[in-house]
Design a binder for this molecule. Structure first.
Ligand SMILES: [Zn+2]
Length: 286
């Protein structure tokens, strides 16, 4: 926590310095928003090829071939989910929430992409629909589907309250990945990474800059839909925080399952290609 009274007196030109207008770090002209119409058209006649119901306070893995869609849908009650994505052929390539945040902002919606980590940095998935896109930012600065939080985990829980809790999203994702891959728990844990917080409503307080959560506006039937740019292995945890209106990292909150469905379009989306390798030559100046 920052001290209430700063240790240093503001300089005379403090107001002028604060008044400097911000500059967008990564202008997105180099990343034009994709035309979603061909993706929406590709739903015509698509075939559901897999379905996974993620139980409350658990996680499950699912596979999405390149060029397929997947949807995460709220069922039974308001519930947030923590999503991990890996290259199905190489777990070292995984979702990079930090750079995705730098490129698209704190919260994702239709038209935004999920990018992979360095040294890969290429499109893993494109968000093609979001029934909560109407929410925008509320009066507290809260938005939906954030890439600013990490994932609830038992280490932070232990640090703050000393307990042992085993159904944080970090542990749920670890168990799911271990079960799917045959890796040991400790090996699998190292591949679990910062998430897309699906349906979670979060922001930073204006006064103290602290990360906050509030009751998710998601209701049964709401969904977020993705298009896979490469063969993906996904894992989704139905967070023990439920709708995240009160607490997480415990069994106190009301929790519900989340539904994952994978769809195969009848034909490839026109003009679409499997995500290409990043063009940087990796010589790093030598
Ligand atoms: Zn969680």
């Amino acid at each position: 926590m920052k001290p209430e009274t700063p240790a240093h007196v503001a300089p005379e030109d403090a107001a002028a310095r604060r008044a400097v207008a911000p500059v967008i770090c990564y202008p997105v002209e180099g990343l034009p928003a994709p035309d979603l119409a061909p993706y929406h058209a590709a739903r015509d006649g698509w075939e559901q090829v897999a379905e996974v119901l993620v139980p409350a306070r658990e996680a499950r893995c699912f596979d999405v071939p390149a060029g397929h869609f997947f949807r995460i849908t709220s069922v039974e009650g308001p519930q947030v989910g923590d999503l991990n994505l890996w290259n199905a052929h190489d777990l070292h390539e995984r979702f990079y929430s930090g750079k995705t945040r730098a490129l698209h902002g704190t919260h994702l919606s239709a038209g935004d992409r999920m990018w992979s980590n360095l040294p890969y940095l290429r499109e893993m998935a494109l968000i093609t629909a979001d029934t909560l896109d109407w929410y925008g930012f509320d009066g507290f600065g809260g938005g939906v589907h954030d890439v600013i939080g990490t994932r609830c985990d038992p280490y932070t829980h232990n640090l703050l309250s000393g307990g042992q809790y085993h159904h944080c999203c970090h542990s749920n994702l670890t168990r799911a990945l271990a079960a799917r891959t045959g890796l040991s728990l400790h090996e699998a844990e190292l591949h679990v990474h910062d998430v897309l917080n699906v349906f979670m409503c979060t922001g930073f307080t204006r006064e103290s800059g602290q990360y906050f959560m509030k009751a998710s506006p998601v209701r049964p039937g709401d969904f977020i839909e993705f298009f896979a740019g490469m063969d993906l292995l996904g894992a989704l945890s139905a967070c023990p925080g439920g709708d995240c209106s009160t607490v997480h990292s415990s069994d106190q909150a009301a929790c519900f399952p989340l539904l994952v469905q994978v769809f195969k379009p009848q034909r490839a989306v026109p003009g679409w290609q499997v995500s290409r390798a990043n063009g940087y030559d990796r010589s790093h100046g030598l």
